[in-house]
Design a binder for this molecule. Structure first.
Ligand code: AHR
Length: 675
């Protein structure tokens, strides 16, 4: 039995539940005991090391995460492959006609072009095309934008072309430049657009127009603002800064479902996402929109480098979302080789390996540090029974060639012992609270450790509200207290473009950590909770115990019996009591600072008695960083990005024994100086 267990819920707090409502989740008012809850921290009992990799990020193309999100590209449908029947997201200007042309491709990858018939263009009435970006084109003062495109012309076109950023109504031009030299052969053109002292806005468009009559074909029309660290083909700075503040240790990519694709030909086919952007064909994401793959494997790695994260690389495992699969054996071998080559792209020597050389050609001669490789995603969906054999084949090949790598399974396997198992939890606040102590019971002798690779309290949308943050924080106390076995963890999904929340708009999944539109971004309360957890912890887990924790009765939703037929009504399991206060304690072995995380899910102030034993001394002075809300469904939004943010205050009444009152609906980190 581990020492950091918490005592059973007192019988006195048990509440009789008189009804069990099918499918309904119910939390009844909290039961309080007359006793103040006591939290014991045993400073002389270290139960394990906090995994230095515990807090990371998970990402995939969903909710316009890269295209229309992190990826700096501002042009929507730059390669005209979003649909095959129209030039989606582009409009013709000045009476010109535009169409998709498959007979004039740039190359085999970008095998279609936009054909502009500008026969009637004149000086007085220019003709051209316009793109409104991903729900707007952000314009900021004194900013230089990079423009590039491929073009060729015919039918007497004599140029030049004018590229510009203007307001959507066309009344204000913020910056423009001329491009000449378009001929009968495809050529790449590049220029810059620099704004002056203009107001910040997003209701804008990018245009290419001409006063000269003729026919012009375009491909890969691109507009980039300055990027984070000025990385070419890089990322949006404001979102990178939000992520950087979380101090993430790793990035799990490229998915999620995005790794698998609906079908084999829609998987993340990494070789098609490296090299020259004009040679990347792009593909449909399982979240139902086109990805240019401009944000491909090199860009994921660049993202890791920019934020000092280690990649946790997920390789395609021969199983797609719509249940296509390749069974273990010779047919699977090409996919195993593909995975080995992908690892070589990330880690191989630039001079002596083929894919290391490709990485160098893509701008990064130095190999990346890689310790974790994941085989597929959510293989528990595989009903064919092929998962165990597929895992074994990948496992053996990777272990043989790269014995230093930790191999992650995505479902329980019997054939091999994975180093880690990726578990996913999407839950209500109550379910998160109910399960917050689960890892306390996990066997310490189990060789397979845990990667909590997707988890979230799904309350609030497009981004979680305070209830979500409270559920998350309860869950994180459990992961952190057990991070000797939960080695790595990451919330999902990470991003959502909040511009169009209707069906078919910019959000495919409700409850996402960080929201943005074309111009600004914000962190949800859950983002701030995570930032507190990931930036304020020690390296040693301290044993804890507790008494008189307040609880509330909770009726879990009704479920159908396993194996029952669909006519059988679901039955509600018995009601349970769930805790409403959570905590864990870690210590920095060098400084002696004890980080005490405290979560109060109740809507009332909650005093707690803290008793620290086994330390020579605990200073009276310390700090509390607190995230709190007046109402449980309070939240941040693009209009009110900073409604709920943490604040740090100084405390002077601490010590080895003290009473501290937790504000209603709050998450606190107390920093206690101990010797
Ligand atoms: O995070 C959203 C989706 O949830 C992921 O793509 C998938 O792995 C999970 O089912």
């Amino acid at each position: 039995m581990r020492l950091n267990k918490t005592s059973p819920i007192p019988v006195s707090t048990r509440l009789a539940i008189l009804f069990a409502v099918a499918g309904m989740q119910l939390t009844l008012p909290a039961q309080t005991t007359s006793e103040v809850p006591t939290l014991q921290i045993k400073a002389d009992q270290v139960t394990g090391k906090v995994s230095p990799m515990l807090y990371g990020l998970m990402t995939e193309e969903i909710n316009f995460s890269y295209e229309g999100g992190l990826y700096g590209e501002l042009i929507r449908n730059r390669s005209f492959k979003a649909t095959t029947n129209d030039v989606r997201f582009w409009t013709a200007l000045g009476g010109a006609e535009m169409s998709l042309d498959t007979s004039t491709p740039l190359n085999d990858a970008l095998n279609v072009s936009l054909k502009l018939n500008a026969a009637q263009a004149t000086k007085a009435a220019p003709a051209g095309i316009a793109n409104g970006g991903y729900w707007g084109i952000p314009v900021k003062p004194s900013t230089t934008y990079k423009v590039s495109f491929y073009a060729k012309a015919a039918n007497g076109f004599a140029g030049p072309l004018t590229v510009a950023i203007s307001s959507t109504d066309g009344k204000t031009t913020f910056a423009s430049a001329e491009v000449s030299g378009v001929t009968g052969d495809w050529k790449k053109f590049e220029t810059t657009l620099k704004t002056k002292r203009v107001a910040t806005s997003k209701d804008n468009q990018f245009t290419i127009t001409t006063k000269s009559p003729g026919t012009i074909w375009f491909q890969q029309v691109s507009l980039f603002p300055p990027t984070y660290n000025n990385r070419p083909n890089g990322s949006r700075s404001d979102i990178m800064e939000l992520l950087g503040e979380m101090h993430p240790q790793f990035l799990r990519f490229p998915g999620g479902n995005y790794l698998e694709g609906n079908y084999f030909n829609e998987r993340f086919d990494w070789k098609k996402t490296v090299g020259d952007l004009a040679q990347r064909p792009g593909h449909r994401s399982p979240w139902n929109y086109w990805s240019t793959d401009g944000f491909g494997l090199p860009e994921f790695l660049g993202w890791c480098e920019d934020l000092h994260m280690e990649p946790v690389l997920a390789v395609f495992a021969g199983y797609a979302l719509r249940r296509d699969y390749v069974k273990a054996g010779p047919e699977l071998e090409p996919y195993v080789q593909e995975a080995l080559e992908e690892i070589e792209y990330v880690t191989g020597d630039a001079k002596t390996t083929k894919w290391g050389a490709q990485r160098a050609k893509d701008g990064h001669p130095k190999p990346f540090k890689l310790r974790y490789v994941e085989i597929g995603n959510e293989d528990w969906f595989d009903r064919s029974g092929s998962d165990d054999g597929r895992f074994a084949q990948f496992f053996d090949a990777i272990r043989a060639k790269y014995p230093q790598l930790q191999i992650i399974a995505t479902t329980k396997v019997n054939s091999r012992t994975p180093d880690l198992l990726d578990e996913h939890y999407y839950r209500t606040q109550e379910e998160m609270e109910l399960h917050a102590l689960d890892y306390d019971k996990y066997s310490r002798t189990n060789q397979t450790k845990i990667f909590c690779g997707e988890w979230a309290t799904r309350i609030g949308w497009p981004t979680p509200n305070m209830a979500g943050a409270l559920g998350d924080a309860a869950w994180m106390t459990g992961m952190e207290r057990n991070s000797d076995i939960v080695l790595i963890s990451c919330y999902a999904p990470l991003f959502v473009n909040v511009s169009d929340l209707r069906g078919g708009g910019s959000m495919q999944w409700r409850t996402d950590l960080i929201g943005y539109d074309a111009l600004t971004s914000y962190g949800s309360p859950a983002y701030h909770a995570q930032k507190m957890f990931s930036t304020q912890h020690g390296d040693e887990i301290l044993a804890t115990d507790s008494q008189n924790i307040p609880t509330a009765a909770y009726q879990p939703p009704a479920r159908r019996r396993a194996g029952a037929n669909t006519n059988e009504p679901p039955t509600a399991p018995p009601a349970v009591q769930i805790r409403k206060v959570f905590f864990d304690a870690t210590r920095d072995s060098k400084s002696g600072i004890i980080y005490l995380k405290l979560v109060n899910s109740l809507g009332t102030p909650q005093p707690v008695k803290v008793e620290i034993s086994g330390a020579k001394s605990v200073a009276a002075k310390g700090t509390a960083t607190v995230l709190k809300a007046e109402k449980i469904d309070d939240t941040n939004s693009i209009q009110e990005p900073n409604k709920i943010v943490p604040a740090t205050e100084k405390l002077s009444d601490l010590g080895a024994n003290f009473t501290h009152t937790l504000p209603p609906f709050s998450i606190s980190v107390l920093e206690l100086k101990s010797k």
